[in-house]
Every structure is written in structure tokens, then in C-alpha cells.
Ligand binder design. Structure first.
Ligand SMILES: [Mg+2]
Ligand SMILES: [Zn+2]
Length: 181
């Protein structure tokens, strides 16, 4: 069995402003420390899996499923260029006002899909994200959660300011760190 870190995409690994959408691969810019964070997790033996809701951009900006795939591939490529490996990426293409699904975070379908592809030990796995829906997805899947940034309103196991600090926290095993935000 492998331990895993599930990473949200927008606002966690790449720069993202709330209410805006990434519609083209060349708009995607890694956040500072994102590649280092993933590489540290790789080196510590964690599967690194991205789980991302992309129904909003498909519905509101009219981009296609394959446009999203190109953007996702760009993310993986930029990380790879800095020596960081994403083991897999799962995205929800659904938009709640149009169709219901089991995969849009805070639902657990994306995490469940990964469990079909990998033998994952949930007890030692984490979800890192910048939205309450990320934290709730992690809680619903019964994994530990780390919130990053200032938008988190629900309780996570730990909160910090960026993804590298989140991974550092996991690797240090500081279960009793104070909640910062
Ligand atoms: Mg996000
Ligand atoms: Zn979905």
C-alpha cells in the first residue's frame, strides 16, 4: 500500500484568482514552491495525485473536456521540468446546476477513482487545498486535510500559507501544530 498526497490544482499548485478561470494551457503558472513541494513528497514516497473541479470553466467559459486535459498536461509538464512528478490527475467536468455527479469536490469520487488505480493507504494520506470543498472532500474520504491560504473556513487538521509549507508539515509529522488561520 502507498500513502498519497492529494493536491487541489487551482490556487494550490498554480496561480489562480477567485472568479477567474484558466482557459488555455499557456495561462497556467506554477505557484512558488509548488514544484519543490511535489518533489519533496515524491522523495518521501508519497503518491502525488491532483484532484480538481473543472466544471465551472467548462460551463461558464465554454471550453471543452480536451481543453481541460491540455491545461492539466501543461501543469504536469511544468512540474516535471522542475523534477517533480505527478502520479495521476483526476478532474470533475460536471457543473452542479446542469448535472449531478459523485466526483465534484466536496464529494469523494475523484479520490475513489484514484483508489481503483492505486493501492492507497488512506490512514496515511492527505488532501491539500485552498477551498473548503477540498477540505470537506478530504474529510468525506476520511483522510487528513491541510488548508492553505485565507479562504478556508472549515476546520482542517492543519492550516498554513502555501503548498510547500503544507508538505513540510506532513513530512515533519507535526500532528499537533497550532492552526494558523
Ligand atoms: Mg483551489
Ligand atoms: Zn463530477
Amino acid at each position: 500500500m502507498r500513502k498519497a498526497i492529494f493536491f487541489d490544482r487551482d490556487g494550490t499548485l498554480n496561480d489562480f484568482k477567485l472568479g477567474e478561470y484558466i482557459t488555455k494551457a499557456d495561462e497556467l503558472v506554477l505557484l512558488k514552491g509548488a514544484a519543490r513541494a511535489v518533489k519533496k513528497a515524491n522523495d518521501a514516497g508519497y503518491l502525488c495525485i491532483v484532484v480538481t473541479n473543472q466544471g465551472g470553466v467548462i460551463h461558464n467559459k465554454g471550453i471543452t473536456y480536451s481543453d481541460v486535459e491540455l491545461i492539466n498536461e501543461r501543469l504536469i509538464e511544468l512540474l516535471k521540468n522542475e523534477g517533480a512528478k505527478i502520479d495521476s490527475l483526476y478532474f470533475c467536468p460536471h457543473y452542479p446546476e446542469v448535472e449531478s455527479c459523485d466526483c465534484r469536490k466536496p464529494k469523494t469520487g475523484l479520490i475513489s477513482m484514484s483508489m481503483r488505480d492505486f493501492d492507497i493507504n488512506l490512514q496515511d494520506s492527505y488532501m491539500i487545498g485552498d477551498s473548503d470543498s477540498d477540505i470537506l472532500a478530504g474529510k468525506n474520504a476520511r483522510i487528513k486535510t491541510i488548508g492553505i491560504g485565507e479562504r478556508i473556513k472549515v476546520e482542517a487538521n492543519f492550516c498554513t500559507y502555501n503548498v510547500e509549507e503544507a508538505v513540510d508539515y506532513i513530512l515533519k509529522g507535526e500532528k499537533n501544530c497550532p492552526k494558523l488561520v
